[in-house]
Ligand binder design. Structure first.
Ligand SMILES: Cc1cc2nc3c(=O)[nH]c(=O)nc-3n(C[C@H](O)[C@H](O)[C@H](O)COP(=O)(O)O)c2cc1C
Length: 321
């Protein structure tokens, strides 16, 4: 599938996850088959104020392209200005608008999923960004099913975004009220797909190759987006690609898993330095070792690791080496 002129292999995307999908995480997902990426969400206001820490979150390496850059905000002019700044700085293949974040501090500011309460504002944001960017780079929108069960309006919001010039929409088939709780309502993705001409990418609870095929069949969506299933398991993209292409899939051996975790953690530490990198590595290692014998007590030891060498030897031990 394509977003604007940008080809996304198999239409398989890694979902943006703040605090998770940093440069090292995205590298590993790309290596194991993700076709498209989106950065962690970045504040449009902070970009306009020239905040350097925020800008670091938006850095995109050549290896991971095609990659979208996600902005959050609620003021059309600020969003348009930030889009121009980040395009000039990082050259993303597309810029995504966050209309799905459920976090109270974002929603109470009228940003993220709160935007879905005001479809006219959604239109205004997208059309202002489109006018600013022209054909420099496509614009996408990531939304939910609606804000709550009394306002299921993904179809209306998708139509408004299309009218404003959006080139694709990602639909997470839950309301904001549900946060990340079941159920996901794939019927909403099917309804959005019927209503708009631009590509629709379905998202929510895709845990394996079979789920991705099922979502495509049930909804006719053009692509799939995977979030939590990639935590500690970038191999999920290899599996999804195999299922979508009708190929046999061979799960990784313990040795391949061990090598993958070590590469991920080494990259993380290279990007963020040993102090921050080792601390951030703890949660990733805990995800990777889930299901290994003795993983609960190993997790406690991983949480106490303070050096790269200690972390690496615990990873070896967790995978039986
Ligand atoms: C820890 C975490 C952080 C997230 N951060 C973002 C974000 O920055 N922007 C966004 O649009 N969605 C964010 N999401 C939502 C995911 O992109 C995705 O829509 C959601 O997890 C559902 O997909 P899944 O069931 O495959 O995990 C986040 C989700 C999680 C679990």
């Amino acid at each position: 599938m394509k977003i604007g002129n940008v080809e996304i292999k198999n239409g398989v995307f890694l979902a943006p996850m703040a605090g998770v999908t940093d440069l090292a995480f995205r590298y590993m997902c790309k290596k194991y088959g993700a076709g498209g990426m989106v950065t962690e969400m970045v504040s449009a206001k902070a970009i306009c104020y020239g905040d350097r820490k925020t800008a670091k979150l938006a850095y995109i390496s050549d290896f991971e392209r095609p990659c979208g850059l996600q902005l959050f905000g609620s003021e059309p002019d600020i969003m348009a200005k930030a889009a121009l700044i980040v395009f000039d700085m990082f050259h993303p293949e597309f810029i995504d608008v966050n209309m799905g974040c459920p976090a109270p501090k974002i929603v109470n500011n009228g940003e993220g999923s709160s935007l879905m309460k005001n479809p006219a504002l959604c239109y205004e944001i997208v059309s202002r960004m489109k006018a600013a960017l022209g054909d420099r780079c496509p614009i996408t929108v990531k939304m939910r099913r609606g804000f709550d069960k009394d306002s299921i309006n993904a179809v209306e919001v998708a139509e408004m975004c299309q009218k404003g010039g959006a080139d694709a929409v990602f639909v997470h088939a839950r309301t904001r009220e549900q946060m990340y709780m079941p159920p996901v309502e794939y019927s909403t993705i099917a309804e959005v797909k019927k209503a708009v001409k631009i590509p629709v990418i379905g998202n929510g609870d895709i845990m394996c190759g079979r789920d991705a095929v099922k979502l495509r069949e049930l909804t006719g969506c053009d692509g799939v987006m995977v979030g939590r299933a990639a935590q500690g398991n970038p191999f999920v993209f290899d599996e999804i690609n195999a299922f979508l292409e009708g190929r046999d899939y061979t799960p990784p051996t313990n040795e391949q898993k061990r090598d993958c975790v070590k590469e991920h953690i080494a990259r993380l530490i290279e990007d963020k330095g040993e102090y921050v990198g080792v601390r951030e590595a703890r949660k990733h290692v805990a995800w990777y070792i889930k299901g290994q014998p003795g993983s609960a007590s190993m997790r406690n030891r991983v949480n106490l690791a303070e050096s790269t060498s200690k972390m690496m030897s615990l990873i070896d031990e967790a995978f039986g080496f």
